[in-house]
Each structure stands twice: as C-alpha cells, then as structure tokens.
Design a protein around this ligand. Structure first.
Ligand code: DOR
Ligand code: ZN
Length: 366
C-alpha cells in the first residue's frame, strides 16, 4: 500500500469565518496536518484595521488573531491574517503595521467581486494613494483575488474571455511594471493565462491553486448544476485545468503552491442564487493527492512524492518565509469515509460529499 511522510503544511489561503463556528473549522485544518494557515479577512465587518485601538467600523488583525487563537489556532505554529484593503487603508497603516510585526500581507478584493468583497476599492486607488508603494517598500505581500470587477456578462464569462483572463492580461502586467519589487500571490488561479503570467514573471510573483481547480472543470459544475462546486473564480475549461496541473506537478515548480480557499457556507443554495465557496477543510491533502494522480503522477514513486511535497509543504512556506515544520504526517492510499462537519451553524458538506462521493481513495495519519 502506498504511503509516504511529508512535513506538516501551511494552508496559505483559507476562510475560518468568525464566532462560535471558528473552533470546528480550525480543528478540521489541524486534523489535516496543517501547521498553520493564512486566514482570510473577509469577516463581517472586514478585518481592515491593524490595531484594536484604531478599529472604527472595521475589525482589527489584533482582534481577529485573538479570536482565532482562543478557538484553537494556538495549536498552529504560524498564523497570518492579511489586512483587507479598503478605501480607508493608508500609507501610515502599512508602515506602522509592518514595523509592529502585525502586518505581513494585504488582501485585494475586487469590489463586489466575491463573498464579502463589498468593501474592496478598485486596484487603481491603491496605486494612486501610495498604499501599494508603501507595501513594496515595507516588504508587505499582496494577496490578489485576480478578477476584473463590474463587467457585463459578455466579459465576465464568455467563450473567448472571462474576468480572470482580463485581469491577468490588462491589470497585472501594469502592476508588475509599476512595482517590480512588490511580492504578489496570485490567489486561486484558474486559467492558463494566469499560469503563463506567473511563469513569465520573476520570483516575486507566485500563485496558489485550490484542489477544486486542479480536479474539476466548468463541465463538472454545469452537468447537474452541482452547486457544491460553485466557487469564485468559477471553474474553467479543460485546457485551463491542464495548465494548472502541469504547473503544480512540474519538477521545476517553485512558484505554485497549496492554498485551498476552503470556504464553508452553512447555506449554499439560496432563493436567488448560490453562495460561492467549496469546503475542503479536513481533506485537502487527500484531494491534492487525487489531483496529482489525475495529472498522471504515480504517488508510489519517490520522485512524484517529492514534487507533491514541494507543492504542498515547501514552496509556499519559502515564499512567506515560514519555517518548514519538523513534525510530519502520513498520506496513505487507503479509502477514508467522508462525513459532514458538525458546527453550531449546522452541517457543512465537504465538497466531494456534495458531489455524491462517499469515500476518498486517500487517508491521513497524524
Ligand atoms: O468561492 C469563494 N468563496 N471565493 C472567494 O473569493 C470568497 C470565498 C468565501 O469567502 O466564501
Ligand atoms: Zn478565498
């Protein structure tokens, strides 16, 4: 039976939410071998202040960190909370936040472009007001949700273009030219155009890839309208998935790494649409292993295990300057049962269970 040990890993893009559900979501991450996480700031209100003393209408990183630590995140070795960029983010906040050690990264949300993105301002505002320059100078990392906003349906998603492709063709090259020393994580990329952009850029520009974008395409979502697969950016086409798989599984890969975008929603289907987000807490290494197999790698081979380790455990840690944990966990090619996660807000359905799978081919041993 194939089984291999790898270091505990960091999920460098996840949503833990807030309130009494926190501990269930954090535990699911601990149970899948996480030694740390980057916890997204699209809380309500958004985590758009740094210090508790200056919160105003927002939450601060200080407060959200305390809530997470109290709910079990103290068992992580590392916890990064990026600052949610809004029209109120200032140069002074970036400078004082970086000096205090509380600010390691900032998150750009396209205004109204996804769940909890209504406080985002257009990227051009942060170019004009000096916030991005201050980040570049202070070494603060920019986490980007790379989709153009306020597009009509013909540009948002059509045969020849979509919001992500336009962003990586029109906005990102300009950003890269203006701020050559700014460290940027292109988050949850979904298209070949985004892969190409990251590959042709220097080492300051890297990307996270989710399990669902490596495993599925828009066809999987549309056939039967399997709404558990609905996340943003939405799944794309076979050619895009192939480019993502190739990037993640290349022997030379130092730029592409795990960031699950695990995004639990107690209510997925609503009266007028569907909440965006796939819940993959508890099962992400198993899903990534499945995706490597789908890409043609045999994880019984030591060389494939090495590539998997780079993607899951090393590349992201190196980019964020996090220590590689001494502790390891084991992936075993042995079926594991899928169960809904019980939370105070009700049952959360892990993505594959929502697609009708009862088991996964891989298990984890901590
Ligand atoms: O699918 C998504 N869900 N994409 C995002 O950008 C946000 C996330 C969420 O918070 O639910
Ligand atoms: Zn996200």
């Amino acid at each position: 039976m194939t089984s291999f040990d790898i270091p505990k890993w960091y999920d460098l893009h996840t949503h833990f939410r807030q309130g009494e559900v926190l501990s269930a979501y954090i535990k699911a991450h601990l149970d899948m071998g996480c030694a740390g996480a980057l916890a997204m700031p699209n809380t309500k209100p958004p985590t758009a202040a740094i210090f508790e003393a200056n919160e105003g209408k927002y939450w601060s990183i200080e407060r959200y960190r305390r809530d997470l630590l109290n709910a079990g995140a103290d068992k992580f070795g590392e916890l990064i909370i990026p600052l949610y960029l809004t029209k109120d983010t200032s140069i002074n906040m970036i400078q004082s936040g970086a000096k205090s050690g509380h600010l390691k990264a900032c998150k750009y949300y396209p205004p109204h472009g996804t769940t909890g993105a209504e406080f985002g301002a257009p990227l051009s505002e942060y170019i004009e007001n000096g916030v991005l320059k201050a980040m570049e100078d202070e070494g603060v990392i920019l986490c980007i949700h790379g989709e153009q906003h306020a597009l009509g349906p013909d540009k948002y998603f059509d045969r020849n273009t979509n919001a992500e492709e336009l962003f990586y063709q029109e906005d990102m090259p300009q950003l890269r030219d203006k701020f050559p020393n700014l460290k940027i994580v292109c988050e949850h990329i979904t298209t070949k155009i985004a892969v190409d952009f990251v590959e042709e850029s220097n080492a300051n520009i890297v990307a996270t890839i989710t399990p669902q974008h490596l495993l599925y395409t828009i066809g999987d979502l549309i056939q039967g309208l399997k709404y558990h697969l609905y996340c943003l950016p939405v799944l794309k086409h076979c050619e895009d998935r192939a480019a993502l798989q190739k990037a993640a599984t290349s022997t030379q890969n130092t730029k592409f790494f795990a960031g699950t975008d695990s995004a639990p929603h107690a209510v997925k289907a609503t009266e007028c649409g569907c909440a965006a987000g796939c819940f993959t807490g508890g099962i992400a290494p198993q899903l990534y292993a499945m995706s490597f197999e789908l890409a043609g790698l045999d994880l019984a081979n030591a060389s494939s295990q090495e590539i998997f380790k780079n993607f899951l455990c090393l590349n992201g840690a190196n980019f964020y300057n996090l220590p590689i944990p001494q502790e390891t966990f084991t992936l075993v090619k042995q079926p594991s049962k899928l169960e809904p996660l019980q939370t105070p807000n009700g049952e959360i359905i892990p993505l594959p269970l929502g697609l009708g799978l009862k088991t996964l081919p891989w298990s984890i041993k901590l």
